[in-house]
Design a protein around this ligand. Structure first.
Ligand SMILES: NC(=O)c1ccc[n+]([C@@H]2O[C@H](COP(=O)([O-])OP(=O)(O)OC[C@H]3O[C@@H](n4cnc5c(N)ncnc54)[C@H](OP(=O)(O)O)[C@@H]3O)[C@@H](O)[C@H]2O)c1
Length: 264
């Protein structure tokens, strides 16, 4: 009989590939400890190239793993749920908008961890909000280890996962929008696009690195770049006049409201 897998994966798409790659790369899991269900042949090959085992179907995976990562699209989940029923695995759902209760109702699972990861987990710099409150400390450590292999993980109550969606789930797009705006502004001032992109990207990265490492608050860091009557103050005054902070607040609020509408 096949050895039981530590981690089963239902749906080997973009997110699952990132998580599995990260877990193997960081040495958190050995490839042979992972069993994946994925219908698409080209994606199956990606996993077999990593040395990961492939299951014939979802039932096999669900029945023979300790932890089960549910990484299909939420709209596919109803069709998959019945195949997962009877599994004794600890479920790890990354499906946007699916509550723990709805996953339990559909599958009969006793323990469900709900996670909201984000896109940069594909480059090892993700941020995941986790609700592991159904799990034992050992199980929670496994889930955190899995997501820390692709970035950072922070435990929050399930009621905060919509806020997590609004801040870090959708957040990478806000960063790209800001970058795009800064690059276009540079071009408007006479830079070439590649030039403006280089200056904007390095500025964002430098700003984030300082914000992460400095003992100063963000307000103090802003003050440190703002000499009285200088250029930064002129730009910040313009941002304030346009209610930049209010604009971000309303955007995040819109994302959170949409997350609540989609939640079931
Ligand atoms: N992408 C993000 O930034 C992000 C962020 C947070 C959360 N999430 C959540 O993560 C989950 C996965 O997202 P993703 O971007 O990785 O999607 P994805 O690339 O479409 O991955 C889903 C995979 O599931 C496969 N699949 C479809 N039907 C299946 C079935 N019956 N049994 C097993 N596998 C099946 C799909 O194959 P086919 O394509 O052949 O159908 C696909 O390979 C979603 O629930 C999403 O809400 C994503």
């Amino acid at each position: 009989m096949e050895k039981k897998a530590k981690l089963g994966v239902i749906g080997g798409g973009f997110m699952a590939q990132a998580i599995v790659r990260g877990a193997i790369k960081k040495g958190f899991l050995a490839a042979e400890e992972i069993l994946v269900s994925e219908p698409d042949e080209s994606r199956r090959r990606i996993f077999s190239d990593l040395g990961v085992r492939l299951a014939e179907g979802n039932r096999e995976t669900a029945a023979s793993c300790e932890y089960l990562l549910i990484s299909v699209k939420p709209q596919v989940f109803p069709a998959v749920a019945e195949e997962l029923s009877g599994s004794r695995a600890v479920f790890i759902s990354i499906m946007a908008g699916k509550t723990k209760e709805s996953v339990k109702r559909a599958t009969g699972a006793e323990k469900v961890a709900r996670i909201m990861p984000n896109l940069p987990c594909s480059v090892g710099a993700g941020m995941a909000g986790t609700d592991c409150s159904d799990l034992t400390e050992r199980e929670k450590a496994f889930v955190h280890g899995l997501f820390e292999a692709v970035g950072e993980a922070e435990e929050v109550p399930e009621s905060l996962l919509d806020a997590v969606t609004g801040v870090s789930g959708s957040g990478p797009a806000y960063v790209y929008l800001f970058l795009l705006s800064l690059i276009r502004a540079g071009v408007a001032q006479g830079m070439t696009e590649p030039q403006a992109k280089k200056f904007a990207l390095q500025t964002l990265e430098g700003g984030v690195t300082m914000a992460k490492s400095s003992e100063k608050s963000l307000e103090e860091l802003i003050a440190a770049v703002s000499s009285k009557g200088g250029t930064t103050v002129a730009a910040l005054d313009s941002f304030r006049k346009d209610d930049f902070e209010g604009s971000v607040l309303r955007a995040v609020d819109a994302a959170v409201r949409r997350a609540k509408e989609l939640s079931e």
